[in-house]
Design a protein around this ligand. Structure first.
Ligand code: SF4
Length: 417
């Protein structure tokens, strides 16, 4: 049995697409091995969201080629899509495949391994993560000034509700309790997110439905009501802010002002008590003056996010902002990034601290060291002592303390491990 190893960079859509390739290769007779092992095939699913993502993608490709110089190395994903010549030029790369052709990777590999013994029928196979990601949409037509993703995945389409629900039912059959609905621009889902959430909630065995990232202008009252009224819908929204300064948002070509964002947050919190609100913030966008950064910082603080992902702006070739002047020096970007990360930690601690003394439900993930870790439905990471047999189950735990690296809890009485 030839061995295949996978490495995924970037977003949940990429993670889902790697799983799909793995499912198909498993079925065709490949075994899956760890990326750090010797494999016959390496599939690197790259990302281009920042300059750092490009560099990490290149590093992973080189690592694979070095690990086994005779292996067949396939590079795919957004970086491979936008820079095929650069990626193809890396020593050891055998095949570069764009996003639209990802599904053809298994077929193309079969031709190189003629003695494969097929491994059962087609269909979805158990995924490697505790939460199952389900892609419901692809593509973005927004073209924010900094973003290359819209170019790497330009076609905007959505899967039918019945098709998505069928996949969720299969995943529930494998024992998954939580699914994460994901897309490049989830909120543009053509058949209505509220209707999909309601249908997904009817699937037996599914206990949690989480939305991945959703743009603020696509969060409407019906969606908030659906989350509020449906006990399976996670009380968590990840709404990318990018900047809390009106001028910078305009330069970024983001179609909202900070006031609008704040009003949506207010409404969401009113309708969904204990909402976990997470976001992405970019620092050092061209034209972000000291004052603009300060306004952004204060806005982030006032929103009281429960978790921040901080990015330093890096010019992406082919995007509008790549030609903007008023660049922010690297040292200043680092300073702003450190300040924002520090604020993010403070806000996360404050939100998590509110859980101390409460009993919360956690989806137990694989053990890390002696602790099991997992997330509450409002996306606070919790660690507690317990056996590996709890993995994949939703268990009640009592939160004892909030520390610098997350919340510590103990299993509520009556829960065996
Ligand atoms: S909404 Fe903007 S940031 Fe998001 S994928 Fe589309 S272009 Fe990129």
């Amino acid at each position: 049995m030839p061995a295949a190893a996978y490495y995924t960079l970037g977003c949940k859509v990429n993670q889902y697409e790697t799983e799909k390739i793995r499912e198909e290769l498993d079925r065709l007779g490949f075994s899956t091995v760890n990326f750090a092992s010797q494999a016959d095939v390496y599939v690197i699913n790259s990302c281009t969201v920042t300059g750092m993502a490009d560099a990490k993608s290149r590093r992973a490709i080189r690592q694979a080629a070095r690990r086994n110089p005779n292996a067949f190395v396939v590079a795919t994903g957004c970086y491979a899509e936008l820079e095929p010549a650069q990626v193809g030029g890396i020593e050891g790369v055998d095949l570069v495949v764009g996003n639209d052709q990802k599904e053809s990777i298994p077929e193309r590999l079969v031709a190189r391994f003629p003695n494969l013994r097929r491994n059962g029928g087609a269909g979805i196979r158990p995924r490697t993560r505790t939460r199952a990601i389900v892609k419901i949409q692809d593509g973005c037509n927004q073209f924010c000034a900094y973003c290359a993703v819209a170019y790497a995945r330009s076609r905007q389409w959505s899967r039918e509700i019945s098709d998505v629900v069928e996949e969720i039912s299969t995943l529930a059959g494998f024992g998954y309790r939580e699914i994460v609905l994901t897309g490049i621009r989830l909120g543009s889902y053509a058949f209505g997110l509220p209707a999909l959430i309601r249908s997904a909630a009817e699937v037996d065995g599914i206990e949690r439905i989480r939305l991945s990232s959703i743009e603020v202008w696509e969060v409407d009252e019906e969606l908030l009501r659906t989350i509020a009224e449906n006990p399976k819908a996670c009380r968590h929204l990840h709404m990318p802010l990018q900047s809390g300064d009106d001028g910078v948002l305009k330069l970024m070509r983001r179609p909202y002002a900070p006031d609008y964002y704040a009003r949506t947050v207010e409404k969401a919190r009113e309708m969904i008590p204990e909402l976990g609100l997470t976001t992405d913030v970019m620092v050092g966008f061209p034209g972000e003056t000291d004052d603009a950064f300060q306004r952004s910082y204060e806005f982030v603080r006032d929103m009281g996010f429960s978790r921040l992902h901080v990015f330093r702006y890096s010019p992406r070739p082919g995007t509008a902002a790549a030609s903007f002047s008023d660049r922010v020096p690297e040292a200043e970007k680092s300073r702003r990034s450190e300040l924002m990360i520090e604020l993010g930690t403070e806000l996360a601690d404050r939100f998590a601290g509110r859980l101390v003394g409460q009993t919360v439900d956690v989806l137990a993930e694989p053990k890390r060291g002696e602790f099991i870790s997992g997330f509450t439905d409002n996306y606070v990471e919790v660690r507690f002592l317990g056996g590996e047999s709890l993995r994949g189950r939703i268990v009640p735990v009592r939160v004892e303390s909030a520390t610098a690296d997350g919340v510590i809890a103990s299993l509520a009485s009556g829960i065996g491990d």
